[in-house]
Design a protein around this ligand. Structure first.
Ligand code: XMP
Length: 509
């Protein structure tokens, strides 16, 4: 493996992703992780991430002393490189102004790190300090107009530093640089695959749970499904799944959960039809945050009630993913701005005293899909777009009623069906219909109508933090629009959302 020591860069987890894409296992570890925990991953090299600090700042994070003693190859990125220089006797200086954005570097040493790529290449810079003098033993590998030491290295020690960010797509050959570090310098084999992870995860669950019983809440999404399958492989029928149908799911979804888990995988499943309870609690509520709170609390209460019926259950399996794990332990990275509160099973009452089992806590979303595929989860499920916990309640804008849910469900199903037929479902990362709280005038036959408006939303995104609206073909949009207006009673107008995130969000509420 090549662990990445995290010095607080926004893009640190991308380094981990890129390494894994190369078949090299990696984890993002806090920079002060105890030495033994790093060695437990059997590292062949270490990456030092960038970070917001300046090496001279009081309290600036330092290189772990053990790393200096080890003979591991090291790649320092941005702040990581400055730390190397600072610690090993070079000089780091502040600059007049931050260098931020694209820059062109010239490679002067095309061996090892820069092997097999052009000597002129575009990179992405983002730094406020730069290296003014290299430490003894280091020589320059590349320079740019703004950075005389854009890359440097000490082949004897196998320590390398780059001032730019190889993990972002704007660095044209970033992937190749990481590949060279992993394969040429660290001598990794590159045979790690997300599927390998399944066997390991099953073992880990077995070790954690012993002969205990586990409950798992299924949502209909890919994460909880894969988590449940792994736990089932580990402990068989000592897993019971609970599926709460909150009446806010899409067409056919609840039926599919039951059919797949109970009938196809033969996993013990308690399915609760709680639609009435949820809709009653939501009656007349128009505020999105209030909807979320009500749905979150209701879910916890119902789940708790069902869980108590499962005798002797001490564990709760959850599909927590690696990005959640990383974000939750780095409070300084997000600065806790709640743009929307996201409700997961996380808010269960403490008196339930269930220990969490998180088989996916080291995986990224695309790796969970690969694991799901390996475990036999149907393709349609594996590739399902994410769906928010509060479900259609935040897509029926304004007060939620049974009738409006039915309207939205029908419109959404048409959109999804046409998107799949056009072969564009997987080319968009999230697509759905929204029922607007306005009516508009139309004509139907000889008569004037005054009816509902449906908005279609489809986005392309890598991480759901930013997103662009999908450039769907006009013919597809035309077909969806005409089918919705003709087939869904009470809708006479369809619009397409052409906002990006930011400033809009993906959901409308
Ligand atoms: P936004 O709308 O914030 O959405 O751009 C980003 C991603 O988060 C999903 N989302 C939610 N997921 N509970 C969830 O579990 C929520 O309350 C919630 N709100 C938004 C959204 O679908 C998108 O994938």
């Amino acid at each position: 493996s090549i662990p990445v020591l995290d010095f607080g860069s926004q893009t640190a987890q991308l380094i981990v992703r890129r390494l894994r894409e190369l078949g090299v296992y990696s984890e993002l570890l806090p920079h002060d992780t105890p030495e033994a925990d790093v060695w437990a991953l059997q590292p062949r090299g270490i990456v030092l991430s960038g970070g917001p600090a300046s090496v001279y700042e009081p309290g600036a994070p330092q290189l772990p002393p053990w790393l200096l003693e080890s003979d591991l190859p090291v790649l320092g990125i941005c702040y990581g490189m400055q730390l190397q220089a600072h610690t090993l006797g070079g000089r780091v200086e502040g600059m007049q102004s931050r260098e931020f954005g694209p820059a062109e570097i010239t490679v002067v040493d095309p061996d090892l790190l820069f092997a097999d790529m052009p000597t002129q290449q575009q990179v992405w810079m983002s730094h406020g300090d730069h290296i003014a003098a290299l430490p003894p033993g280091f020589r320059v590998l590349a320079h740019s107009p703004g950075a005389p030491f854009a890359a440097a290295g000490d082949d004897r020690r196998r320590w390398y530093g780059i001032q730019f960010h190889p993990e972002v797509v704007h660095t044209r050959f970033g992937r190749d640089i990481l590949r060279n570090f992993a394969f040429r310098i660290c001598k990794c084999r590159g045979d790690w695959q997300p599927e390998n992870f399944v066997a390991e995860a099953i073992e880990r669950v077995r070790a954690q749970v012993g002969d205990g019983r586990v409950i798992c809440a299924l949502s209909g999404g890919v994460d909880s499904a894969v988590a449940a399958l792994i736990v089932h492989h580990a402990i068989g029928d000592r897993l019971t799944c609970v599926f709460v149908d909150n009446g806010l799911l899409r067409q056919g979804e609840a039926e599919q959960v039951v059919a797949t888990f109970r009938e196809h995988f033969h996993i013990p499943l308690i399915a609760v039809d709680a639609a009435d309870e949820f809709l009653e609690a939501l009656a007349g509520v128009a505020d999105p945050e209030q909807k979320r709170t009500i749905i979150g609390e209701k879910f916890v209460r119902i789940f708790e009630r069902e869980a108590r019926r499962i005798e002797g259950a001490r564990f709760l399996a959850q599909g927590t993913l690696y990005p959640d794990v990383i974000e939750s332990r780095a409070p300084d990275r997000q600065k806790g701005v709640t743009i929307k509160t996201h409700h997961n099973v996380g808010g269960l009452p403490a008196d339930m005293q269930l220990t969490l089992v998180e088989p996916l806590r080291y995986l990224f979303k695309d790796e969970v899909r690969a694991a799901g595929h390996a475990l036999g989860l149907p393709d349609e499920w594996v590739w399902r777009h994410p769906f928010p916990g509060p479900g259609l309640a935040v897509r029926v804008l304004g007060p939620v009623t049974r009738e409006r849910l039915a309207t939205l469900r029908a419109a959404d199903a048409i959109f999804m069906q046409e998107l799949r037929i056009a072969g564009l479902y997987r080319a968009t990362q999230q697509a759905f219909a929204v029922l607007l709280p306005v009516r508009s005038v139309g004509v139907m036959g000889d008569g004037r109508t005054y009816a509902d408006v449906v908005a279609l939303r489809a986005v392309t995104t890598e991480d759901y933090m930013t997103a662009d609206w999908a450039r769907l073909p006009a013919e597809l949009l035309a077909r969806v629009s005409s089918r919705i207006v003709n087939e869904v009673p009470g809708v006479n107008r369809v619009v397409y959302d052409i906002s990006s995130k930011p400033p809009a969000t993906i959901e409308w509420e």
